[in-house]
Design a protein around this ligand. Structure first.
Ligand code: MG
Length: 276
């Protein structure tokens, strides 16, 4: 059967577009090596400083290159330089209150939130965190009583964990929120019963002589969606109270994971940290 004229025209248009795209791509990826056989420079020493007083020139050949870090096999897997906090086997990296044994148990490679808050044995300041969590669709309660848990950076700034699917609550208490301060940019949760991923960059407050001179910041990605973008943290997390940076602050502190006593415990898995 003959191809209709309109279809032929559409094919021709697609072909022309593809040819143009290929031409444009080959031009943008062209290197000196492509045409004159000379290798492309791997740096320069005859360029201006990046800014006045900078240690480095633009494209400086002497500037040390960042070291390589081997990424995980699959998205979400820990890279080679991560500190594995929970890999599905045991709770050896955690302690309970005042250094007691970690009360949370491991089932099917998952960390079961139960028996009070837990703390990492290691302390962290500025860091990247990956953590996966799941609330149970059958847990009772509403608002802040439905699947509530949380990640407290430096034992004081909470990123909320909560079942926010069909569960109205105050905006600054939603998952992805800086609890009591800043709601998530959007509600990015999956329904209860599904695994949710947090990838968070936490920047610790600057501390001099125990006093905070610059606040902490947080960038939070929930299920691949940015919900906090370099958000200023106003001070430690409180319930029904405002906050500030008065008092003494450490430069590092343990991460705390919250047990908010849901009727059916939340679960977590694949937790790793990269101090930055
Ligand atoms: Mg919480």
């Amino acid at each position: 059967m003959a191809m209709p004229r309109a279809l032929i025209a559409a094919h021709m248009k697609t072909f022309r577009l593809s040819a143009l795209t290929l031409l444009a791509l080959s031009a943008s990826f062209a290197t000196a090596d492509d045409k004159d056989g000379k290798p492309y420079p791997i740096g320069y020493s005859d360029t201006p400083l990046i800014f006045p007083g900078s240690k480095w020139k633009v494209h400086d050949i002497d500037r040390p290159r960042p070291e390589a870090v081997k990424p995980g096999e699959k998205p979400g897997d820990a890279p080679a330089d991560a500190i594995i906090i929970f890999d599905g086997k045991d709770v050896s990296k955690f302690a309970g209150k005042d250094g007691a044994e970690c009360p949370w148990k491991v089932e099917n490679g998952e960390l079961v939130v139960n028996g009070g808050d837990i703390w990492t044995k290691d302390s962290f300041g500025t860091c990247q965190l990956h953590l996966e969590w799941k609330t149970d669709p059958n847990t009772a309660g509403n608002s802040q009583k439905k699947g509530n848990s949380g990640i407290f950076f430096m034992d004081r700034y909470e990123t909320q964990i909560l079942d926010c699917d069909n569960n109205p609550t105050y905006a600054d208490g939603m998952a992805g929120g800086v609890y009591g301060q800043t709601p998530p940019l959007v509600n990015a949760v999956r329904p209860a019963g599904q695994w949710q991923t947090y990838d968070i960059v936490f920047t610790a407050a600057k501390v001099e002589g125990g006093k905070v001179t610059e606040p902490a910041y947080i960038t939070t990605i929930l299920n691949g969606i940015v919900v906090q973008s370099h958000t200023k943290i106003l001070g430690p997390t409180h319930h029904k109270k405002d906050t500030n940076y008065d008092g003494e602050f450490p430069e590092k502190a343990p991460l705390r994971l919250q047990d908010h006593k849901n009727s059916i415990p939340d679960r977590m898995r694949n937790i790793w940290v990269r101090p930055l």
